[in-house]
Design a protein around this ligand. Sequence first.
Ligand SMILES: *[C@@H]1O[C@H](CO)[C@@H](O)[C@H](O)[C@H]1NC(C)=O
Ligand SMILES: *[C@@H]1O[C@H](CO)[C@@H](O)[C@H](O)[C@H]1NC(C)=O
Ligand SMILES: *[C@@H]1O[C@H](CO)[C@@H](O)[C@H](O)[C@H]1NC(C)=O
Ligand SMILES: *[C@@H]1O[C@H](CO)[C@@H](O)[C@H](O)[C@H]1NC(C)=O
Ligand SMILES: *[C@@H]1O[C@H](CO)[C@@H](O)[C@H](O)[C@H]1NC(C)=O
Length: 407
Amino acid sequence: MISTTIFCSLVLLTLPFITTSQSVADTHITRNGSALYLGSDRWTASGANVYWLGLDENVRPPAGEPYDPVTNASYPTKARITEIFDTMVALGARTVRSQTIGISVGNPLSVMPSLGVVNEKAFEPIDWAVREARRTGVRIFAPFTDNYDYYHGGKFVFLRWRGIIASKSGDPNIQQFYTNRQIVDDFKNYIEIVMTHKNSYSNLTYAEDPTIFAYETGNELSGPTFDDKNVPADWTDEILSFIKSLGPHKLAVDGTYGINTAHLNISSIDIFSDHFYPIDINKLAQGVAQVQSVNKVYFAAEYGWTPQSQQNSAKMETFFDWIEKRNSAGVEQPVVVGDHFWSAFGRNAPANCSSFLPHNDGLTLHYDNPADPQDRRAEVVKIRRHLFRMQGQTVGTALPPVPCPTT
Ligand SMILES: *[C@@H]1O[C@H](CO)[C@@H](O)[C@H](O)[C@H]1NC(C)=O
Ligand SMILES: *[C@@H]1O[C@H](CO)[C@@H](O)[C@H](O)[C@H]1NC(C)=O
Ligand SMILES: *[C@@H]1O[C@H](CO)[C@@H](O)[C@H](O)[C@H]1NC(C)=O
Ligand SMILES: *[C@@H]1O[C@H](CO)[C@@H](O)[C@H](O)[C@H]1NC(C)=O
Ligand SMILES: *[C@@H]1O[C@H](CO)[C@@H](O)[C@H](O)[C@H]1NC(C)=O
């Protein structure tokens, strides 16, 4: 699989953060049954959620920079994106799940600020993030819409664009996102604009670039009621088949929140996923068994990582152990090939590398933040050791330093 072994070891000697050669970066991740592969090697997909790579809402940029005062949205700096990908390597992450690489509608700073209008500027941080992922050997996957109505947009934006003002919960009009032909076509048009965009750093479209190894229909998609799993099977198949028609090598993730058993026979789905707040081994085991019955892959694509959100610290260790056993040497079909904690933030680069950026959901993971209390630092060490074990490597409890760009 790696034809440039000598080149690769030279790179490893001189630049420890680059663990991949060009030929590896150009190899698509593939699925065979309930396992993923990079070339002929089994591949695990663990890592982090880094939702803000395309658009952020936590930093007030310097005057004159693009900023939306209504949502506090601004583009993340290149330095922040570089710093977080080097952090991913230090953490042992293989994959990053990033909402705003796929979801970017309805905000003045979005890829599609209003229906049919394309804002090229919004692609700049996304292009840079894909470049930095490729540089560090990290793969990205991203949902194309959101179940919610946050600053980066989602299904409610598509509804409003066609005059449908649905209340957030229980409103049957919400289903029109999946059933109204005009809205489904608007969504597909948006997907096509994103996937056919050519990255200025590689000249590859997102559809072509193996760095983005998978796309998800959406984030935590539900019907009128949160977690009702009421996402029509025919809509899911239509969207994922469309994604695959644009990017034939992309793996397709069902973005329904939880495993909808009526989706198990949809042939276009490669990967099912679920989210964990708190961690729940019974829910994990049940979902994995369901996905195993159809010989596909499962991601635990979000979990709350703090002892408070898990309700106890031991739960996370049991969760990791359960997943690692299914990915150990000799296991042919792991089914669950990865997990992704919610969520990583880094330093305020290049403005102030001593300052870690906050997010207000209580689940912000900072790598080696001296201000973190001991229990948070201990959880970060646990996650790092797990992420390396998923790659068959053992690491200690020290957190090696990560560079922070100051320009
Ligand atoms: C897929 O996996 C099966 C069972 O592990 C194996 O027999 C088969 O050769 C694999 N197919 C490819 C294309 O690698
Ligand atoms: C924007 O930021 C300000 C200051 O931090 C905060 O008070 C306000 O709630 C934020 N607005 C939104 C929509 O999050
Ligand atoms: C992309 O294509 C343009 C125009 O053909 C060329 O000038 C540029 O060098 C290419 N960039 C890369 C990274 O290949
Ligand atoms: C999948 O199974 C459901 C029943 O759960 C059935 O209604 C549907 O027709 C099947 N779809 C396909 C594509 O086989
Ligand atoms: C950088 O951030 C640190 C930590 O928040 C703060 O103490 C320091 O004053 C900041 N430096 C500058 C130049 O703003």
